[in-house]
Each structure stands twice: as C-alpha cells, then as structure tokens.
Design a protein around this ligand. Structure first.
Ligand code: HMG
Length: 447
C-alpha cells in the first residue's frame, strides 16, 4: 500500500495585528487576563484591505510551489476548504488557480478543483479527499494542493470577537510525503448540532457556551471511535497532539478530558492514585449527578498533578505556539497546530522522525475527526524554511489601534459599501483589486 500524506506546508497570515491585552481589552472594559490567561490568546491576525481568502491562499500556494520547484503539471487537484466563501457556485479554488496561472508557466486546466464545506473540519476533509484520490491510483503521479483559508470574523460585540483571525495554510498531499504520513485508521464523532452556523450570512450565529460543550462531546466520540479501530490510545504513544484551536483555552479543556479518558485503567491512573485517588466509576454511585461531581473533582485534581502538567507542556503546549498570536483560522487552525509543534521540535533540536502525532480536527455543526500521523525523514528540511517565514510574517504585521481595527472590520463587511485606505504596501504578492462585470472578484500580482 502506498504511503500518502502531507509533503509540504506553507502558511500565510493576514498582515494586520490586533493586540488583545493592550488594545482590545481596554476598549471592551475587560481585564487583559481574560484573553491572555482565560482564552490563552495574545493577538488576532486580520487581512489588510487588499487581502482576502483568495490572496492569502494563493500567496501560500505560490510560496509552496516555488520552494518545491513545482509547476502546474505536477498538481492534479486543487481543493479549497473555507467557510468564508463569497460565491455559492464558483469555487475559491478556481480563483486561486487563476492567480497562480498569472505567475507560473502553464495552466491548471487538467486539475480537478473543488471546495469543501463542513465548518473548520473541512480542511482535514479536503486532505482526506486527496489521500483517497492518491490511494485509489487516480492521481497519475501528481500531487494535490489543499488550501485551508478563512477570514474568521464575528459581528462586533459578539463574544466570539475575541477569537477572530485570518490566514491560510497551503498543503501538498503526495505519495511518499516528506512531512507526515497519514494513518488509514480514523475516528469520527458527528451529530446534527445547532451551535455555530452561517445561514447565508457573513458573520456566524453562535451559541458560544454550547459550542464549547459540543466540541468536547464530539471529540470524545471521535476518540472512542478511533480507539475502536486503532486500539487503545496511551498518552505516551504520541509526541504531539495538534487539536483544532478556536482559542488555546479550548484545547486546554479538551486535552485534560482526553488525558483522563486515555489513562483510565492504565499504569498512569495507578501511579496517580496515591496522590489524587482512582478515577470515579459510575457503578460506585447511586445517581448520575454524584458521579459527575466526582468526575469533575477528579479532573480538577488531575490538572494540578506534575505528571499531567509535564505531559501538557511536552505534547500540547507546542501546538499552540502560532495560534496564540493569530486567533482562529477556522479550516486552517488544526494545520497551524501541527506546523507549530514541528516548528518547536526543530527549534529545540529534537529529532521526531518516526514519531506519531495524534491529530484531532473539529468543525461546528458538528463533527470531530481523529487520526494518527507518522513524522517522515525529511520533516526538518520541510519545516525549517516554513518556520522562518512564519516568524517573519508575524513580526512584520502592522499593529492596529482599536479605531483602525473597527475600520478593517468594516472594510471586510460584505454589507458595507466602503472605500478604505490600505495599512501596508503589497510587495511580491497577489492582491484583490475590485469587481468584474459579473460581480466576480479580480486579482493581480504586485511585483
Ligand atoms: P466569553 O463568555 O466572553 O468568555 O466567551 P468567558 O467569560 O467564558 O471567559 C473565557 C475564559 O476566560 C473563561 O475560562 C474565564 O474563566 C476566563 P474557563 O472558565 O472557560 O476556563 N477569564 C479569566 N481568566 C483570568 N483572568 C480573568 C478572566 N476573565 C475571564 N480576569 C466564548 C467565551 C468561547 C464563548 C466566546 O469566545 C465565543 O463565543 N467564541 C466563539 C465560539 C468558539 O470559539 N467556540 C469554541 C468551540 S466551537 C469551535 O471550535 C468551532 C469554531 O472554530 C467554528 C467552526 O468550526 O467553524 C468556532
């Protein structure tokens, strides 16, 4: 059977930065710690006036293709995952292909193009589609370009406003990949939920508190389903566990519950028993409420143990290195988490070749998916230049005042007819430059 997985990755962040503690918190009359400690977020990325899901996706894809010396002939499909699309018919992948054709020799007429939708889990679903296409032997030696791109904006005043972000992740899915090979085994947790949706509207309708509960419930189902096919998971089986990261505080909650789940009936539970007791079992309680209280008490105690804190610092914290500075990128978020973890491994000089990642994706509405990935021999060469590039992009972002943030939010609001000045000057990138005769968006490459 062919090894198939992610061969290359590039990240493009929106070029504007909003500091949550210094700028957003005072304007909202909130304590800065609500963002830095509670949500675990320091800043959000926003697109400048000439940036959008197409430019960010195309810029990431161009860099990836150039770095890997690819031409359009090497790419057999372009799949875009987004929940920020502006057209119900023409997919964003056609716009991205159109951009790339402005700068590469040849064209993508031979490439199958589409758009994947299931909230944030769509990025992982698009990778799945590419994986299946290659495994089925339909790729004729070509790779798939998967682009997860979003402008995750909420209505002003919505509690989700603090978790906004904008950026794209371009990934090359190939046979014999350089970065990670994907497991055949997958687990799903999927249910018809009404917690976060955009019924033909730009900004989401969100039941924030409920969305957190739905995230945890579907992740749990996916983990149980994954174990049913791959066998029991042990926390020391994997080097990192990248989760979908709407904000790092969400991952903190999910990781703790996952750790409790996977350590039940293991030597870890036994070793911790002297310190915090064994995990409560339902049969020991007369009613459900008492049982749930006992579980909550055990979970609080587990969080405070050195064993858990050490595991969290090693396996989870590195996955949040980028997201805490950019916010939620919806479809790209779990792929940013993977990239961040491998970037940390490179920076710390750790050789993670052959190690396993447990990747947990999630989309509202709602569906979680869990699979494993094995880190490949050439991971470090692949991650090194991506990492340097991300650091430079994050560093170079324009720092917004609160008033400027409001302007940017308005500039990207589809219901507002506005003509705003840009904050940064484009250089060596694709830009949005207005509408065509049929209402299509037009793009050009600026040298
Ligand atoms: P909120 O109600 O403004 O915040 O919104 P809060 O009052 O719950 O506070 C947040 C945390 O900060 C809490 O921590 C507070 O205790 C803490 P927790 O108790 O939960 O651990 N806090 C402080 N900590 C230290 N010092 C302080 C302080 N003050 C408060 N002074 C909410 C939070 C998540 C609801 C909001 O941001 C929201 O609606 N976000 C959008 C929805 C979302 O991100 N949901 C996540 C799960 S769903 C998902 O991931 C899918 C999604 O990506 C979309 C898709 O799939 O397409 C969103």
């Amino acid at each position: 059977m062919k090894d198939v997985g992610i061969d290359a990755v590039e990240i493009e962040t929106g070029k504007l930065r909003l500091d949550l503690a210094e700028t957003f918190a005072p304007a909202k009359g909130e304590a800065p710690e609500k963002y830095t400690k509670g949500l675990g977020l320091y800043a959000s990325s926003f697109p400048d006036v000439y940036e959008d899901i197409v430019t960010m996706g195309a810029n990431a894809a161009k860099r990836l293709m150039e770095r890997r010396g690819l031409t359009p002939a090497d790419i057999g499909r372009i799949d875009v995952a987004t929940e920020s699309a502006f057209d119900n018919s023409k997919p964003v992948s056609t716009y991205i292909a159109g951009c790339l054709e402005q700068t590469f020799e040849g064209d993508f007429h031979h490439a199958n193009k589409g758009e994947r939708k299931f909230a944030c889990v769509a990025g992982t679903q698009a990778i799945d589609d590419a994986y299946n296409w290659i495994r089925a032997g339909r790729n004729r030696g070509r790779s798939a370009l998967v682009v997860a791109t979003d402008t995750a904006l909420y209505a002003r005043g919505d509690p989700g406003e603090a978790t906004q972000g904008a950026g794209a992740v371009a990934m090359l899915v190939s046979e014999d990949p350089d970065l990670v090979e994907l497991s055949t085994e997958q687990g799903y947790g999927s249910a018809d939920e009404t917690d976060f949706l955009k019924p033909n509207q730009q900004f989401p309708s969100v039941d924030g508190k409920r969305s957190v509960q739905v995230y945890l419930a579907r992740m749990r189902e996916a983990l149980v389903d994954y174990e049913s096919v791959a066998g029991d998971v042990h926390p020391d089986d994997f080097v990192y566990a990248p989760f979908h990261t709407p904000f790092p505080g969400m991952v903190r909650k999910a990781a703790l519950l996952a750790y409790r789940h996977v350590t039940r009936d293991t030597e870890v539970e036994e070793e911790l028993a002297a310190e915090i007791g064994r995990q409560p079992r339902p049969e020991a309680f007369d009613d459900e409420e008492q049982y749930f209280d006992a579980v909550a008490e055990y979970t609080d105690a587990l969080k405070e143990t050195d064993r858990y804190a050490d595991w969290y610092d090693r396996v989870i914290d590195p996955t949040l290195d980028i997201s805490r500075h950019v916010g939620n990128w919806y479809t790209g978020s779990v792929h940013v988490a993977r990239a961040a973890a491998l970037k940390r491994a490179h920076e710390e000089g750790r050789d993670v070749t052959g190690e396993t990642l447990l990747v947990a994706s999630y989309g509202s509405g709602a569906q979680a998916e869990i699979h494993a990935e094995r880190v490949q021999h050439d991971w470090e060469a692949e991650i090194e230049s991506m990492g340097e590039n991300v650091d430079a992009q994050l560093e170079d972002r324009y720092e917004l005042s609160y008033e400027e943030y409001e302007t940017v939010h308005d500039a990207h609001n589809h219901d507002k007819e506005t003509d705003f000045e840009e904050f940064t000057a484009p250089e060596g990138e694709f830009t949005f430059d207005g509408w065509g005769r049929m209402g299509e968006r037009k793009y050009s490459y600026v040298e």
